[in-house]
Design a protein around this ligand. Structure first.
Ligand SMILES: [Zn+2]
Length: 345
C-alpha cells in the first residue's frame, strides 16, 4: 500500500475537536436561509462581506450579527445538524461545542427550548458517527452576574451532555478574579471549568485564569509564548491549550501577540509551544467565520513545520484533553490508535 500524503493521513484519522463555537459554524448560505425564515432578505455576498474583520472587536460584532438570526428551536436544530455533517465529513468523532448562552440570555430567549433542540440534533448526529457534548459559554464583557446566570443554566441542563462552563468574548474587558464566585459555583456543580485567555491578552491573563478560577483547559493561550516560566508551570500541571491558528490570524490576535500588524500564519507560535512540551490540541474555533475547517488547521500545522508524527501526537491529545470520564477517553483513544496503525502511522 502506498503511504498516504501527510494531509490525507491526518484527514483519515478519527479526531476530536475541543474548541468550536456552534454559532461560528454557520456558513453564509445558512445565514441567508435563517434570515429568510425571519423575513430578512440577505445575499450570500453580503454575508461573506460581514465575515471579514479588521480586528477582534469587528469579529465580535459579526458574531453578534449572525446570532441575531437564531430565534427559535428550529434555527438551532438546523445549525447543529449542519455543523455535525461537516464534522463527520472530516472524521471528527468527538466534539465539545460552545453554545453562547450569554447571548441567548441577553436576548431574553428561551434557553431550555433552544438548547433542547440543539441537544436533540446532537443525539441524531451520534447515530451518524459524531459524539457532541456542550460547553455553556458566558460573554466576558457582560460581567459576573450575567456569567452566573449562564452557570446556573449549565448546572440545570447538565443531564443533557453539558460538560463545562466557559467564558469567551472580550478578554480585556473584565478581570478574571471578578468571576471567582461563578467558577466556584461551577466546580461545586461538578462541571468542568474553561476560559478563553491569552488570545489577545498576555501571560498575566492566563495566570489569573489558573490562579483565581482554577480552569482546567485554556482556549487559545498563545499569549504564554512571552513567559517561559508560565509555560513550564502549564507543562507540569498538564493544562492543555486549544490552539486555533487561522482564528488567531483573522481576529488580529496573532498580530497583537507578535506586535506586528503584518503578521502571517508563518508567525504563529504553534510549533514553538508544542516543542516546549505544552499539551496542545488543534481546533477551528469559528470555522465558517474564519473560512477554515479542522482539516485546514491540521494542514496549517504541517505548514508551520510540525512533522507528521508530531501532528499525529497532537491529534491523540484531542482525546486526552477532552472533558470525558476516563473509560470513555480510553475507548476513543483505543479506536484512534487502531486506525493510526491501520494507516501505517
Ligand atoms: Zn473561541
Amino acid at each position: 500500500m502506498t503511504p498516504l500524503e501527510p494531509q490525507a493521513a491526518l484527514r483519515a484519522l478519527p479526531k476530536a475537536e475541543l474548541h468550536l463555537h456552534l454559532e461560528g459554524t454557520i456558513e453564509p448560505a445558512t445565514v441567508v436561509e435563517l434570515a429568510a425564515r425571519h423575513g430578512v432578505t440577505l445575499s450570500e455576498a453580503e454575508t461573506v462581506e460581514r465575515y471579514r474583520y479588521a480586528d477582534f472587536r469587528g469579529f465580535l460584532d459579526a458574531f453578534k450579527w449572525v446570532t441575531s438570526f437564531l430565534r427559535e428551536p428550529a434555527d438551532f436544530a438546523l445549525i447543529t445538524r449542519r455543523m455535525a455533517e461537516k464534522l463527520i465529513s472530516q472524521n471528527v468523532v468527538y466534539a465539545e461545542v460552545f453554545v453562547a448562552v450569554g447571548i441567548l440570555l441577553l436576548r431574553r430567549q428561551d434557553v431550555e427550548a433552544n438548547f433542547r433542540a440543539i441537544h436533540d440534533a446532537g443525539e441524531e448526529a451520534r447515530k451518524n458517527g459524531v459524539r457532541l457534548r456542550w460547553v455553556f459559554d458566558a460573554t466576558r464583557q457582560f460581567g459576573p452576574d450575567a456569567a452566573m446566570e449562564v452557570a446556573r443554566w449549565a448546572a440545570r441542563l447538565k443531564a443533557y451532555d453539558v460538560v463545562a462552563f466557559g467564558i469567551g468574548g472580550d478578554e480585556l474587558s473584565v478581570p478574571a478574579k471578578e468571576f471567582r464566585a461563578v467558577y466556584d459555583y461551577v466546580a461545586g456543580q461538578g462541571l468542568h471549568r474553561h476560559i478563553h485567555a491569552g488570545e489577545v491578552g498576555g501571560p498575566q491573563s492566563v495566570r489569573d485564569a489558573i490562579n483565581f478560577l482554577e480552569v482546567e483547559r485554556i482556549g487559545h493561550g498563545i499569549g504564554v509564548m512571552h513567559d517561559p516560566s508560565l509555560i513550564e508551570s502549564l507543562v507540569s500541571a498538564q493544562v492543555p491549550l486549544e490552539i486555533c491558528p487561522t482564528s488567531n490570524l483573522f481576529t488580529g490576535a496573532l498580530a497583537r501577540q507578535r506586535n506586528n500588524p503584518g503578521a502571517q500564519l508563518e508567525d504563529h507560535p504553534l510549533r514553538e509551544l508544542y516543542r516546549r512540551g505544552l499539551l496542545i490540541t488543534l481546533a477551528s474555533d469559528d470555522p465558517a467565520m474564519f473560512h477554515t475547517s479542522l482539516d485546514a488547521e491540521y494542514a496549517a500545522g504541517l505548514r508551520l513545520g510540525l512533522t507528521l508524527d508530531e501532528m499525529v501526537h497532537i491529534a491523540a491529545w484531542g482525546f486526552v484533553a477532552a472533558f470525558l470520564p476516563s473509560e470513555e477517553k480510553t475507548a476513543l483513544l483505543h479506536a484512534f490508535h487502531s486506525q493510526r496503525e491501520a494507516l501505517g502511522l
